[in-house]
Design a protein around this ligand. Sequence first.
Ligand code: HEC
Ligand code: HEC
Length: 248
Amino acid sequence: MQSSRNAPTDSPTAAAPSLPGHAAGPKGATTRVQANQQGSRLGLLLIAGALLAAPALAAAADAAEVTAEQVYAYCVDCHGKRGEGGQGGTYPRIAGLPQPYIDRQLHAFKSQARVNKPMVPIFKHQRFDAEIIDLVAGHVADFTPPRLSLWPYEPTPEALAAFDDKAAFETAGGELYSETCAGCHGPDAAGDDSGKVPPLVLQYPAYLKKQIGDFARGERKMPADGSCGEVTPAQAEAVISHIVEIGK
Ligand code: HEC
Ligand code: HEC
């Protein structure tokens, strides 16, 4: 379990131990974020200390003196300094997602209505109440979406095989997107005004693909009145390729 792949799972908890109480301001948090990145290899060594010190955040939260930067220190190892995500989309870009959407996801992770194993420890060891969730969601929503170089999308051979050729794959993706997705996610895949439908553009293809699969398998549930429709894995790739094209 302690392979380096798992390091991000453990290190944020490790990074957080010293989340300052009211004495330190955002500057203190920034220092820790940096220390945290340099020290992420030490995560496993530090984890015991992290768990002992965890009540510090709860105490600070009670006093309503915790800053968004301090809370975001729990996220930075996986989602990056500015919410850009990483590892090819294992960690999604969260920068600039709408605040109501982020809020809903964090509550869903907390209740495990949306299962996200890497984020479980945060909610287990920290008291992320609704106020803290609002705070960090607003902070992340304010980050500028990064320019990730996602284009061109390289379809898998299996996806390509479902179409006559690459051109047919691309045409199908465009049509499928405008006929079945654009109504909710917008013609430019930028989400809708309610803040409940997320943008899909500038998001890692691997992450989008996983979500579409999770919806199909019922592992991720839509809000009661919504559905992303049903697409085959090959169609999903065609749509994703089109979304990448939009964001190029
Ligand atoms: C240990 C790694 C890890 C940490 C720490 C972490 N996350 Fe995540 N997060 C993930 C992974 C992995 C996913 C994707 C889950 C999936 O595939 O459904 C995710 C998904 C999300 C999403 C959903 C994005 C979307 O488009 O639906 C949001 C929002 C999010 N994280 C916010 C946060 C915030 C805020 C924090 C800090 C309080 C945080 N995460 C800490 C690993 C992490
Ligand atoms: C009826 C409106 C609607 C339609 C149509 C729709 N979606 Fe969605 N989609 C949503 C909503 C709402 C969410 C957010 C669900 C939640 O809050 O967890 C979502 C989430 C997603 C996500 C997860 C994004 C993330 O950041 O985690 C993906 C991927 C997605 N949709 C793809 C598609 C694709 C591809 C299509 C077309 C085949 C489509 N959707 C059609 C409403 C829609």
